[in-house]
Structures are given as C-alpha cells and as structure tokens.
Design a protein around this ligand. Structure first.
Ligand SMILES: NC(=O)c1ccc[n+]([C@@H]2O[C@H](COP(=O)([O-])OP(=O)(O)OC[C@H]3O[C@@H](n4cnc5c(N)ncnc54)[C@H](OP(=O)(O)O)[C@@H]3O)[C@@H](O)[C@H]2O)c1
Length: 287
C-alpha cells in the first residue's frame, strides 16, 4: 500500500474532519523543564514538527506550553495532544484533571484529548462503566470546543466495544506499535470503525533498531533502520510518534517520504519475531 504523504505536516483526517499532522513528536521522559522547552521548540522551529504528544502523566505539559509559545508558530498551526491519567478516571475527576492540564499547558484548547489507559477488570468490577464515565467527560469537553478531537490510548477491541454505542465515538486509539510488535487485531478493529491508530514507541524505544530484518531493508533503500520502522508504520496507515532529544535524529525521523516499502518488505517486518515489546498489556498492567 502506498500513501501520498510528502512531509510530516501532511495530515491524516479524523472522522470528524480534524486534520492531524502525520508524524508527531513524542515527549515521554522529557521531564527536565529547560531541556523539554529547548527540545520541543527546536523540533517546531528547526525541524518543522507541528504535532506534539504529551500527557498529564509525563509531567511536562508546562514545557510543551512554553515551547509552543516560544516557537512563534500560530497556535492553530500546531497540534497538541494530552491525556487523562489513570488516577483521574471517572466523570468529575476527568473534567477536573483536564482543566489542570489546560492550565499547565497555558492553552485555551487541545487538539486531541485521550484516555491514557482503559479501566479493566483487573482493577474495577464495573470497568466498562468507568470507561464510559470518563468518556462522557471527554465528550463534554469536546462539545465545549476545548478539545478538537477525542480518543483513547491502549484500548483493545474489547475495551473499545464498550464505547461504540456512545453518541460520540473515539476518533483515535494510541497503542504500542512497532516492528517486532504489530497489534494487528486492534489495528483492524480501528480501521473498520474509522478510528485512526497512533503508534507509540514506534522505534521500540530504540530496541528494534539493530534488527537484521530492518538492517537489510534499510540498506536496500539507503535509509536508517529508524526510518524504515517509521515508514512501515505510515504504510500501515498508522501515525508514528517518535521521541528524540537530538536534532539530527528529529530530522532523520522526519525524512521518511522519499521511498516506499514493497509488499514483501512490509510482510517481512509484519512477521518479525517479537522485539522491543514493553510487556505492557492493558489488561494486566499494574498502573
Ligand atoms: N499512550 C501511551 O501509553 C504511551 C506509552 C509510551 C509512549 N507514548 C508516546 O509515544 C512516544 C514515543 O515512544 P517512546 O518514547 O516510548 O519510544 P520511541 O520513540 O520508540 O523511542 C525513543 C528512543 O529512541 C531513540 N531514538 C529516537 N530517534 C532515533 C533515531 N533516529 N535513531 C536512533 N535512536 C533514536 C531516543 O533516543 P534520544 O531521545 O536519546 O535521541 C529514545 O531513546 C512517547 O514519547 C510518548 O509521547 C505513549
């Protein structure tokens, strides 16, 4: 399959018509404020990133907000995602948590708001209802225009199904997705339901970059293994969110448009042995 993106600001279009730049900058573990501001501002100004992925749990929303302002790029040209953390599940907690996120970001709205992890039967008797209650908070935030789009993260089809009868349905599911961990079943469910998949840890936190499968394909295209990993994700119609603090890697991760993986190369990566999986199954994680 070949998509027609020519650069990182070309958009996927969500089911509500919102346009989302097809590569985003991850910010997990970017917890030092000064470094965070510098890295994110540089991604925007020097590298042309327009899509930043943060979360209340990353403790860097304030850095993202400062970088957005310092960049001088008009707010409407940027796409900022944040997420409601697990301790804030439920209707009123999620509403309050979002207000605090906005305050830390110093923004009037976010472009995308996600439930960070599903409530599951491991921690809740009525887990479906907890997810519905949290979802209704997000739906109201969306209706009030304070989030331009809403969605979930780490939801498997069983968790998504419990939300599919809601008036507003999830527009995005952000899940672990990288060579060595291809979550095909969730991706197919999302495709069938018009939900955009965003790929977290698209480089397997660096652990997949020495895979012989990727090395061979990278050599054939004169690209790096990181570029092949990100390209594979895009060709699966998923949106990669690579995180890096290094300018040259930001540039490398943005330079994934001048080549196309063949169907055989796609298949070889689909079928790679499990590599770099975090082991964070949403049904069994402890947080
Ligand atoms: N929703 C969720 O539950 C969830 C969970 C995890 C992550 N996420 C999101 O997804 C983003 C990305 O995931 P991640 O941070 O876990 O991992 P990742 O993006 O797969 O990997 C990041 C690691 O790869 C290195 N790296 C980046 N580009 C590289 C390149 N071109 N060549 C070699 N190494 C490179 C980085 O090092 P340097 O920084 O030193 O360059 C860093 O150590 C997060 O930052 C976060 O925004 C969401």
């Amino acid at each position: 399959m070949e998509n027609t993106f020519k650069g990182i600001t070309d958009p996927f279009v969500l089911k509500n018509g919102v346009r989302i730049p097809c590569v985003g900058l991850g910010t997990f573990k970017l917890t030092n404020d000064a470094e965070g501001v510098q890295v994110i501002e540089s991604a925007i100004v020097d590298c042309g990133y327009r899509h930043i992925d943060t979360a209340a749990a990353y403790k860097n929303e304030a850095s993202v907000g400062k970088a957005v302002k310092a960049s001088g790029v008009p707010r409407e040209k940027l796409f900022v995602t944040t997420k409601v953390w697990n301790v804030d599940r439920g209707y009123s907690q999620a509403r309050q948590a979002f207000d605090l996120s906005l305050e830390r970001l110093g923004l009037d709205y976010v472009d995308l708001l996600l439930i960070h992890w599903p409530a599951t039967q491991k921690h809740y008797m009525r887990w479906e209802q907890v997810n519905i209650d949290t979802w209704r908070a997000l739906s109201e935030i969306y209706a009030a225009g304070k989030a331009k789009a809403i969605g979930v993260a780490n939801f498997k089809p069983s968790h998504l199904e419990a939300l599919m009868d809601e008036e507003i349905q999830p527009m995005v599911d952000q899940i672990e997705f990288h060579p060595g961990y291809y979550p095909k079943e969730t991706a197919e469910f999302c495709r069938e339901n018009g939900i955009l998949v965003e790929a977290w840890s698209p480089l397997g936190r660096g652990k997949v970059l020495e895979s012989p499968v990727l090395e061979k394909i990278a050599a054939a295209h004169k690209k790096s293994t990181a570029q092949v990993a990100l390209r594979w994700i895009l060709q699966h119609d998923a949106l990669p969110l690579p995180k890096t603090t290094h300018l040259e890697r930001m540039e490398e991760n943005a330079d994934i448009f001048g080549f196309t993986l063949t169907p055989a190369e796609m298949k070889a990566i689909d079928e790679m042995p499990e590599t770099g999986y975090t082991g964070q199954d949403p049904d069994t994680v402890d947080f």
